[in-house]
Write a protein that binds this ligand. Sequence first.
Ligand SMILES: *[C@@H]1O[C@H](CO)[C@@H](O)[C@H](O)[C@H]1NC(C)=O
Ligand SMILES: *[C@@H]1O[C@H](CO)[C@@H](O)[C@H](O)[C@H]1NC(C)=O
Ligand SMILES: *[C@@H]1O[C@H](CO)[C@@H](O)[C@H](O)[C@H]1NC(C)=O
Ligand SMILES: *[C@@H]1O[C@H](CO)[C@@H](O)[C@H](O)[C@H]1NC(C)=O
Ligand SMILES: *[C@@H]1O[C@H](CO)[C@@H](O)[C@H](O)[C@H]1NC(C)=O
Ligand SMILES: *[C@@H]1O[C@H](CO)[C@@H](O)[C@H](O)[C@H]1NC(C)=O
Ligand SMILES: *[C@@H]1O[C@H](CO)[C@@H](O)[C@H](O)[C@H]1NC(C)=O
Ligand SMILES: *[C@@H]1O[C@H](CO)[C@@H](O)[C@H](O)[C@H]1NC(C)=O
Length: 823
Amino acid sequence: MMGFADLRFFIWVLLILSLAKGLYAVDRYYINCGSSSDVIVGNITYVSDRSASRFITTSQDILADSNLNSITPSEDSQVFRTARIFNGPSRYTFPITQSGRHWIRLHFFPFIYQNYNMSSASFSVFSDRTTLLSDFSPQNATVKEYSVNITNGDLLITFSPSTNSFAYVNAIEVVSVPDTLITDDASLYNPSGVYSGLVNQALETVVRVNMGGPLVSLVNDTLGRTWISDSSFLIQPNLATTISNIPAVRYPEGGANPETAPQTVYGTCRKMNSASDPSSNFNVTWGFPVDQGFRYLIRLHFCDIVSTSAYQLLFNVYIGSSFVSQDLDLSTRFQGHLATAYFMDFVTPSVSASNITVSVGPSPRSSYSDAFLNGLEIMKMNNSEGRLAGASILPTFPGSKLNVGMIVGVSVGAAVALLMVFLIIFLVHRRRRIERLNSKTWIPISVTMGSKYSTTGTNISVGSNMSYRIPFLAVQEATNNFDENGVIGVGGFGKVYKGELSDGTKVAVKRGNPRSQQGLAEFRTEIEMLSQFRHRHLVSLIGYCDEKNEMILVYEYMVNGTLKGHLYGSNPRSLSWKERLEICIGSARGLHYLHTGYAKAVIHRDVKSANILVDENFMAKVADFGLSKTGPEIDQTHVSTAVKGSFGYLDPEYFRRQQLTEKSDVYSFGVVLFEVLCARPVIDPSLPREMVNLAEWAMKWQKKGQLDQIIDPSLVGKIKPDSLRKYGETAEKCLAEYGVDRPSMGDVLWNLEYALQLQEAVVDNDPEENSTNVIGELSPQVGEFNNGETSPSMARFETSSVDDLSGVSMSRVFSQLIKSEGR
Ligand SMILES: *[C@@H]1O[C@H](CO)[C@@H](O)[C@H](O)[C@H]1NC(C)=O
Ligand SMILES: *[C@@H]1O[C@H](CO)[C@@H](O)[C@H](O)[C@H]1NC(C)=O
Ligand SMILES: *[C@@H]1O[C@H](CO)[C@@H](O)[C@H](O)[C@H]1NC(C)=O
Ligand SMILES: *[C@@H]1O[C@H](CO)[C@@H](O)[C@H](O)[C@H]1NC(C)=O
Ligand SMILES: *[C@@H]1O[C@H](CO)[C@@H](O)[C@H](O)[C@H]1NC(C)=O
Ligand SMILES: *[C@@H]1O[C@H](CO)[C@@H](O)[C@H](O)[C@H]1NC(C)=O
Ligand SMILES: *[C@@H]1O[C@H](CO)[C@@H](O)[C@H](O)[C@H]1NC(C)=O
Ligand SMILES: *[C@@H]1O[C@H](CO)[C@@H](O)[C@H](O)[C@H]1NC(C)=O
């Protein structure tokens, strides 16, 4: 059935497939245009477009051969020796087996063939409906690279000569781009925000640069890209120097990978030439010519091969004159690991100059003056008319001239597609494992924090939330110049003061130690989170102050301190069961809102009784967002680089697999539920071994159905058994070994409401009258572990070491809010 030509085509497709390096690119077309023979460049075979002629629709075959080896430019490419000339609209049609983003690379090199002087050619090129080139007239060896998302089966590349001219092309490549390489979102700066919709963008690579390193040619890049040296873009080359440590480069889980940029790019950088003066203050700046009137996607690649130890080097990054990252400390992003690949994406506003400058410079917060950049890509984005260039109009194409060979080719292509199904399934499966990048929703809050203090006057209106920045003077005033008598909490990070703003609002002022560089990231996260989320069960941020290197957060004041304080801390007021249930319900609402109230789930990561505050009405509010993370899209798991949280509350599955989901918060909340019931620290090393860990201990009694044996003595006789059963079951489910088996925060909320109803139905406010329904006997164990408030020595132990284990964030920063016990 299969004719010879078809068979040849089939073999040709298999040949192309078998030549594929790695197995990532499904569609790989390398065409040596105008040639009757294949050429091999590195590991890539460019197939003669005589044998690929079924892809071409053109009025006349004109195959141009320079016939002169000497004309071959010094560049790698032998593909420049031949070209196909089009003297009317002509088209290549490439069947696409894997929809998604594809690179289109067009190679041009002008030479003279018969009476075609290619230097005088002028033409436009279209990919489907996107204008790639308009009245283009290449004067020397040129490779143009585009990437477009192809969703409808075929990719059409149309060449259209300008009036009275002709078109030509020397080589064409069409190659699948890994799906993870360009995701939908990038950061906006000035003002900061998120740009969504990159998937629909056609992109043109303007430059792809290996800072401080050599040319990385298509042979050395697993995806066939070329990275050029940055020397020619440096504005003051004498201010910069280079460093190289390629073997040191490591790729993080779920972040940049070797496809983002090869090790040779991350392992070299251009940095400040500040060796002679550790306090030097200048920028290293690069300038890149661009076309005006377009927006650009800028990808910055970093890998700290400069620092000798973590948390020392902070620097600033600018695009044009705008901050895109202030006080960037790469080591904080990888929990102290250096030499880890990292990238950031930014979308510029429409560019009005003829160049884009990118600068890195020192930060005054750094231990020493330095700044560096490892790689950079600038990609032009199509404008609103779908154009990457000029104003050319796609010609009405003579579609009827499709030749038979092409139709056969396409249908055989379909058969091949079937054969490739297994391959694709394999690839898709493989790619899914490469998680979407953490950094894509990164919002450079530093942009707003970076501008100089400009607020006039010291009157802060709490109602106006346009800007959360509060002048230092106002904070000083509010706290009576940080009066020690106003200290309501002290932590590893700094002190918390009670204060009052000039309009009478009572506030809690958390003042970070200015030297705590690690705290900076959490300072920002907290501002970012709290300025986005407003909910009656989340503590409100009133403002912040970053003047004079300060890191100050100003919150609404919560009269009644932490939940922990009421359970077994210094706060004398003991809570009734109903109050405890209402506090649990309130905090569950706050967490439920975080998980679901926003397009992307937010994971708190540090749920514990010390982070649940109560106001004058004993209404609960969740606090301390320094560790929160914006999760990926719903239902996707989150791969994180380091486990954070507090001992005793930490989800064991997260600890084992480092995979962060909302269910990790559910686990921690389950521990809080037991804490509320038993009123003891979650970790108490002074107790017998099997009792040290509250979660284990309580689960043991819950599984035996005897939870009543270990409850807070002040609750004995006051909880209705049904309410306790429901409550115990809910806590038990929260502590399920695997996240998938745990309920959502919404389910937890519902169950707690139900436990409250069960309590109120019979017991109401006077449990003594229903003594037959309530828990009677108290086991002898209770007295043994039920906190040390009666014993001074035990109380001291709690404040010094137990607390350190059970209540404090591992990061030990920003974990205290107000009325933290005994610190
Ligand atoms: C190129 O092919 C050679 C063998 O011919 C192989 O060793 C090398 O790894 C290949 N390079 C790439 C980048 O695939
Ligand atoms: C080819 O065209 C270029 C640009 O139009 C011109 O400078 C050059 O002289 C031409 N060469 C010949 C041999 O006509
Ligand atoms: C190549 O031609 C372009 C114009 O088409 C010109 O701007 C560029 O400087 C030329 N490059 C070289 C190396 O001659
Ligand atoms: C391509 O576009 C489609 C539809 O807009 C989108 O669903 C898909 O994610 C995009 N693929 C890539 C790799 O951007
Ligand atoms: C490119 O690869 C070749 C061989 O694969 C190697 O000899 C060369 O050093 C590599 N160049 C760079 C810049 O990595
Ligand atoms: C670095 O460049 C930025 C942006 O142009 C500028 O605001 C800053 O003052 C420069 N820093 C130094 C030390 O020149
Ligand atoms: C960038 O373009 C502007 C005007 O368009 C010019 O003043 C400036 O010198 C250029 N800078 C560089 C580095 O080329
Ligand atoms: C680029 O073109 C797409 C449609 O092809 C359009 O949705 C998008 O908005 C365009 N981009 C810009 C920046 O206008």
